[in-house]
Ligand binder design. Structure first.
Ligand code: DAU
Length: 291
């Protein structure tokens, strides 16, 4: 029996909101303080228990992602690359991954979402045995900028994508876990008015047959979409502040690998001893000295 847990890491898209920073390079390779943006959602997937990552990106960026992440072996996981030529929407990621189709349930993480909080890993990993789809909600001040879920009596009753008048302050964050029915359901998703295959429409198909479950992320969990210049700056300053005050490291796939037992403490120590002197390298060497 395979214990492999699959996860899609979505790193395509035009990045037009970050022009001209994204003219030559994918936004997911730009820094959030001391590490590339893609490290943060990769870490989230690993904490959720994902052992096989399918990274979806533009063909022009594939070589850069491969240079950064390789085949994942150093992190105790495996990473495969798939190409999305045109950004047709988040749901389009599934059609870029025909080989993943036979493999059952799958996580999906948007490449520009940052999560941080105590106990996050275990609270995500419980969803590995769930039927249907699981979503993670966070109360925000600007729900109109995101997908929004309205919850009544503990149940999601409606979903809206970037509504002018949100029915609730609960944003649907960019992390989802789907059962194997996702492969047939995503085929029925139609392009929206803005011409994209919207994730909220796919989630709506689960909602309509009562197989959508949700977790509301509480005060102890920090969440940010880092897809705009201002949110990148805010996220960088948050990461810098937490890391320099507490020594905790946010968004390190290397730390996630050793904490979840994907690599041994001694392999971790060997790996980080070879890292150059940098804020990231130094903080991981500090961690290695106390494990
Ligand atoms: O961040 C959470 C929000 O993400 C959700 O609340 C929304 O429901 C969801 O639609 C999405 O909204 P955004 O407007 O933030 O999506 P964006 O176009 O920024 O794309 C999200 C990520 O997915 C980003 O890392 C780029 C990647 N992407 C996007 C599209 C449309 C792709 O790889 N391919 C695509 O075709």
């Amino acid at each position: 029996v395979s214990t492999e847990v699959n996860g899609i890491l979505l790193a395509g898209g035009a990045g037009s909101r970050l022009f001209p920073m994204t003219t030559a390079v994918s936004k997911h390779l730009l820094p959030i303080y001391d590490k590339p943006m893609i490290y943060y959602p990769l870490t989230t997937l690993m904490l959720a228990g994902v052992t096989k990552v399918w990274l979806v990106c533009d063909s022009s960026q594939r070589g850069l992602f491969e240079r950064l992440l390789g085949d994942g072996k150093a992190l105790g996981i495996s990473i495969e690359y798939a190409i999305q030529e045109t950004p047709r929407g988040i749901v389009d990621a599934f059609s870029c991954l025909p080989t993943l189709k036979q493999k059952g349930p799958v996580w999906l993480a948007l490449g520009d979402n940052l999560f941080f909080g105590s106990g996050l890993g275990p609270s995500l990993a419980v969803n590995n045995s769930c039927l249907g789809a699981s979503i993670f909600l966070k109360e925000v001040k600007n729900p109109q900028d995101f997908g929004v879920a309205q919850v009544e009596n503990g149940k999601v009753v409606s979903l809206q994508e970037k509504p002018k008048q949100p029915k609730s302050p609960l944003c649907i964050t960019g992390l989802y876990r789907f059962d194997e029915t996702v492969w047939s359901r995503c085929k029925a998703v139609q392009a929206s008015d803005r011409g994209e295959l919207e994730i909220t429409e796919l989630l709506g198909k689960y909602l309509s047959d009562e197989s959508l479950s949700h977790t509301v992320l509480g005060r102890g969990t920090y969440w940010l979409d880092t897809g705009t210049a201002i949110s990148m700056a805010k996220a960088s300053s948050f990461v810098e502040s937490v890391q320099s005050n507490s020594g905790d490291i946010i968004g390190s796939p290397h730390e996630a690998a050793v904490r979840t037992g994907l690599i041994t403490v001694s392999d971790f120590a060997k790996l980080v001893s070879r890292f150059p002197e940098s804020t990231y390298g130094d903080s991981l060497r500090n961690l290695a000295s106390v494990l």
